[in-house]
Design a protein around this ligand. Structure first.
Ligand SMILES: *[C@@H]1O[C@H](CO)[C@@H](O)[C@H](O)[C@H]1NC(C)=O
Ligand SMILES: *[C@@H]1O[C@H](CO)[C@@H](O)[C@H](O)[C@H]1NC(C)=O
Ligand SMILES: *[C@@H]1O[C@H](CO)[C@@H](O)[C@H](O)[C@H]1NC(C)=O
Ligand SMILES: *[C@@H]1O[C@H](CO)[C@@H](O)[C@H](O)[C@H]1NC(C)=O
Ligand SMILES: CC(=O)N[C@H]1CO[C@H](CO)[C@@H](O)[C@@H]1O
Ligand SMILES: [Cu+2]
Length: 580
């Protein structure tokens, strides 16, 4: 009964949309959104994306390598019962391109060069919105793209600045485009990175279309002694997780009507899909042996938070977060992951009392005050566990890798970073800014390479915003609730100046403890609404404390932003420029 009503509603909405829309991307679509209940769960095997070795080995010695990776339009099967879906995929050829893209395997200290090639057609497969600050080619043809290696420590001309976009064949290039081949020195601590599109105003749609993939930096000398599952592709696997909705014809569904259509015809503050996709398959399954596995879980959704847990009570043993190892492993029964956060966990299937384990999710969306999960988006994937016990060659040591954090007192400056959301007369969000400034306003964050800074991030909105800082890594010190929030907000709305508004008088409410598995070095963190989150940002290598081996002050500079992609695009993003 319930299902019929939902289906009927979807039909009505779908046909309304069909009538309302005039745009070419949906003329040929039925406008009928697939109900997740029409897709049987756990029928597709979990893929392991193709691995690309980002170094050469000559006479036993590892050498730098140059790669060419393209972006292609192709069709991708997200589920056994879903027609092939038009996607944009990364790969070394159209035939081998995948969603998510191949896993790039890099080695510590060995340079990787990647020429990212745009082979995309002239029209997008998803609706986008020209009224937000957007990369638009002068000919109106071609799809602007630019690749950011998230968590990477490299010069800013290889950072995928949003204005360094380019269309197919580099025919058109954004204002800060300088070169086609990006250089990743891989001189940083070993860990998990991911690459994804970052074009101005198009990040949310280009990622939705499929442009993201995992990148791992390995350092055998320091990792092998740990004894963790490492480098053996059977037991050490990335899980790239995102949510999508589909139309009956298989195409990705994204609402083409904005929440304030008179202001922004298409933009919506948060994209949520009802199907949970792991490594390119909706609710897949994986047959595992009764022993330890390591999963590097990357949350690549636009706006959905995941709070993972196992229905049979299996634990997560966290060994790293974002892009760095933790000092010690931390065992939890659930794991909250914001968009773009990474959990690097060992799961010991020998401890399972049952023959299967369902990885589930119970995070409300939007997080934390939105809707509860339903049967569909509350399930992620299924592990089918073989009965036979095995001798396990992997272990989890009691000490991992400790990267010392600098003393708070060594910070060379203190900044206040306020997050604002603006709404229309109908109380619908129209855009979001950091410090009340759009991206184009002159740079205000100008650190020196080699220093540390304290950033107090003030969330003046209803949502939890995952803040991501390019180049720097940070440690979350504490989160303190604001008291008399409305008074403080009123002051900030008028003056946009935390010191003038006497933040010290308001930031003295409840303190939230930072969970143990998030006490390590991070490059994204969840900024709790109504709280001031204090982070200590380090602008140098954390494993050696050495300064960068490149000129961090070079153009076009870096950025920092909210990693809810729909926010980042409109425009919760600011420049970050290093000075001498
Ligand atoms: C698309 O967004 C518009 C504006 O927020 C909304 O009225 C409509 O219900 C949405 N369509 C669907 C199918 O969710
Ligand atoms: C994934 O990241 C998005 C965007 O930062 C966030 O909204 C979402 O909650 C995250 N999901 C999980 C499962 O962590
Ligand atoms: C995890 O443990 C906490 C604290 O014991 C408990 O409140 C929570 O419900 C548990 N979560 C799950 C998914 O079992
Ligand atoms: C790292 O270097 C900075 C400046 O060179 C110094 O102030 C700091 O004490 C060093 N930190 C560690 C943990 O060695
Ligand atoms: C959910 C929540 O607590 N939101 C708060 C975020 O911060 C602003 C201003 O500080 C408050 O007005 C919200 O209530
Ligand atoms: Cu945000």
């Amino acid at each position: 009964m319930e299902r019929i009503v939902v289906f009927y509603l979807v039909m009505i909405l779908g046909s309304m949309l069909g009538v309302l829309s005039s745009s070419s991307w949906r003329d040929d679509q039925e406008g009928v959104i697939i109900s997740p209940s029409q897709l049987k769960m756990f029928v597709d095997e979990l893929p392991d994306m193709p691995r690309i070795q980002a170094f050469d080995v000559v006479n036993g010695v590892s050498k730098p390598k140059s790669l060419e990776i393209g972006m292609f339009k192709k069709y991708w099967k997200f589920h056994r019962d879903l027609p092939p879906t038009p996607v944009f995929a990364y790969g070394t050829s159209q035939h081998t391109a995948t969603v998510p893209g191949p896993t790039i395997e890099a080695l510590y200290g060995v340079d990787t060069y990647v020429t990212w090639q745009n082979h995309l057609p002239s029209e997008h497969i998803l609706p986008w919105d020209p009224t937000i600050p957007t990369a638009i080619p002068s000919t109106k043809k071609g799809i602007p793209t630019v690749v950011h290696l998230h968590g990477g420590i490299h010069q800013s001309d290889s950072d995928g600045n949003s204005n360094s976009w380019f269309t197919a064949g580099f025919k058109e290039r954004g204002p800060t485009w300088t070169k086609a081949t990006y250089h990743y020195p891989n001189m940083q601590q070993p860990g998990n990175l991911w690459y994804h599109d970052h074009a101005m105003g198009l990040t949310r749609v280009n990622l939705l279309a499929g442009l993201s993939g995992a990148y791992i930096i390995r350092h055998h000398e320091v990792e092998a002694p740990l004894g963790l599952p490492n480098g053996d592709y059977e037991f050490d696997r990335p899980l790239v997780i995102f949510d999508r909705s589909f139309l009956k014809d298989g195409s990705i569904y994204m609402n083409s009507t904005g929440n304030n259509p008179n202001i922004h015809p298409q933009w919506q503050p948060e994209y949520f899909g009802d199907a949970i996709i792991v490594n390119g398959k909706a609710w897949p399954r994986m047959i595992v042996r009764r022993r330890r596995y390591r999963f590097r879980i990357i949350n690549a959704s636009n706006a959905r938070f995941f709070r993972f847990f196992f229905t049979n009570g299996l634990d997560f043993i966290h060994v790293a977060s974002d892009s760095a190892y933790l000092g010690r492993p931390v065992t939890t029964n659930e794991t909250l992951l914001a968009p773009s956060e990474i959990a690097d966990v060992v799961i010991d299937f020998s401890r399972s009392k049952s023959d299967f384990a369902i990885l589930a999710n119970n995070a409300p969306y939007p997080y934390p005050s939105g809707d509860s999960v339903n049967k569909a988006n509350g399930r992620v994937m299924k592990f089918i566990i073989r009965r036979k016990r095995e001798v396990d060659t992997w272990r989890v040591p009691s000490n991992l890798i400790k990267y010392p954090s600098p003393a708070l007192s060594s910070a060379s400056s203190t900044r206040y970073i306020a997050m604002y959301e603006y709404t229309s007369a109908t109380d619908e969000p129209t855009h979001l800014y950091i410090n009340g400034k759009s991206y184009d306003e002159p740079v205000t964050e100008t650190p020196k390479a080699g220093t540390s800074e304290v950033w107090n991030v003030i969330n003046l909105t209803e949502d939890n915003h995952p803040l991501h800082i390019h180049l720097g890594l940070f440690v979350v010190m504490d989160q303190t609730a604001l008291v008399n929030v409305e008074k403080f907000k009123a002051c900030m709305t008028s003056f946009n100046d935390a010191i003038k508004c006497q933040i010290g008088r308001y930031a003295r409410g409840k303190r939230l403890e930072v969970p143990a598995h998030e006490k390590g070095w991070k490059n994204v963190y969840k900024m709790t609404p109504g709280y001031v989150t204090k982070i200590l940002v380090r602008f140098s290598y954390i494993h050696s404390n050495a300064s960068y081996g490149f000129d961090a002050t070079a153009e076009p500079g870096y950025i920092y932003h909210c990693h809810i992609l729909d926010h980042e695009d409109n425009v919760m993003m600011r420049p970050l420029k290093f000075v001498k």
